[in-house]
Write a protein that binds this ligand. Structure first.
Ligand code: KG4
Ligand code: ZN
Length: 340
């Protein structure tokens, strides 16, 4: 029987304190997430200093719960994995310092993981047979990338946002129409009651071959539209605005993702990141994939948004390639995809 390599993974890059136990990169024994959303909601977004303090309070209990649910003890862990970037520096340092202390005291390897690579790895948990190469669309609150994953740990960025991330645009538009934080899930829900063709928001046009995105233009178009209506004293239908905005974001995500598959001649695309939880994106991607003969993969919702199971998965494939960190590992708030 294959050895059962158990990784305890810790994630604290933004506003969730998370810990998970993952076996051989694909089997999740526990996946505990303590969210701070209720605290940050009052401020309309994540307050970094508050996030760090809340991670400090939560991390020990979250790790203990991950062990309890997995029904194992500290002595059963074969390695400790932790997100070391990108993310909020103070938030990252909490998980990182905890993981370093743990790895040192248990005398097991420490594996530093790139948060974005973690998001992509969520697909290895969802699809046990999935192997690279494939194209992946990473859409989160902080990042928007189209990536060709050639092999485990080998990433070619084919397109990315030139300004706001997709999730960031969702959050900002949600705030503008009074939906609150985090806006993505709220726009997702409200759009179901709206007409996606009510307003045509322009999309940025780059060179025909470019797979890049710009979402700040779409966001500004929404804000201008609302401003004009307000000046005229006209009322607007929030659901129509949400649905029209969502359509313009998703159209360009789907177009570029499919283009990337054709360029690389691959027939599968794995979607990742918080915005991968979006129901309209999931449907639109599946429809286009069906039409083009491209298989579209999505992790289940809990594996789309921030969690530690995805970090435990990415860590295993790093470990197999001998990529072990040492105790000098520091937080890297601007860590790039594929950078070590
Ligand atoms: O990956 P994630 O949990 O954290 C980052 O690494 O950024 O992504 C959070 C982002 C937020 O912008 C949130 O609004 C968005 O993902 N999001 C959604 C949905 N669920 C979360 N956006 C659109 N539709 C959703 N259902
Ligand atoms: Zn994330």
């Amino acid at each position: 029987m294959e050895k059962q390599f158990k990784i305890l993974a810790i994630e604290s890059s933004c506003d969730e304190t998370a810990a998970a136990v993952v076996v051989n990169g694909r089997e999740v024994l526990s996946n505990i997430i303590s969210s701070q959303i209720d605290i940050h909601k009052k401020f309309g977004g994540v307050v970094p200093e508050v996030a760090s303090r809340k991670h400090i309070e939560a991390v020990s209990a979250v790790v203990q719960e991950a062990l309890d649910v997995a029904n194992i003890a500290f002595k059963d862990i074969d390695a400790v994995a932790v997100t070391y970037g990108p993310g909020l520096v103070g938030a990252l340092l909490v998980g990182l310092q905890y993981a370093k202390a743990l790895a040192y005291s248990l005398k097991v390897p420490l594996i530093g993981v790139n948060h974005i690579e973690g998001h992509i790895s969520a697909n290895f948990i969802q699809y046990k047979e999935l192997e690279p190469p494939f194209v992946t669309l990473v859409v989160s609150g902080g990042h928007t990338f189209i990536v060709h994953m050639k092999d485990y740990g080998s990433f070619e960025v084919m397109g990315q946002t030139r300004d706001d991330a997709a999730g960031e645009a969702y959050d900002k538009v949600a705030r503008a129409i009074g939906l609150g934080y985090p806006g993505g899930p709220k726009i997702d829900k409200l759009s179901k009651e709206g007409n996606e063709n009510a307003v045509k928001f322009p999309r940025a046009n780059f060179h025909e071959e470019s797979l890049d995105f710009s979402f700040s233009g779409i966001k500004s178009a929404v804000l201008n539209h609302l401003n004009k209506l307000e000046m005229k004293g006209e009322d607007y239908n929030k659901a129509d605005i949400a649905a029209s905005f969502q359509k313009s974001v998703v159209d360009v995500l789907v177009d570029n993702a499919i283009k990337a598959c054709k360029i690389k001649g691959v027939d599968k695309i794995a979607i990742a990141g918080g915005v991968a939880a979006n129901s309209y994106l999931r449907n639109a991607m599946m429809k286009r994939g069906d039409k083009e003969g491209i298989k579209v993969l999505f992790p289940e919702l809990v594996l789309c948004t921030d969690n530690a199971a995805m970090i435990g998965s990415a860590a295993y494939f790093e470990y197999l390639r001998g990529r072990i960190s040492d105790l000098t590992l520091n937080a890297a708030p601007n860590l790039k995809l594929g950078e070590r």
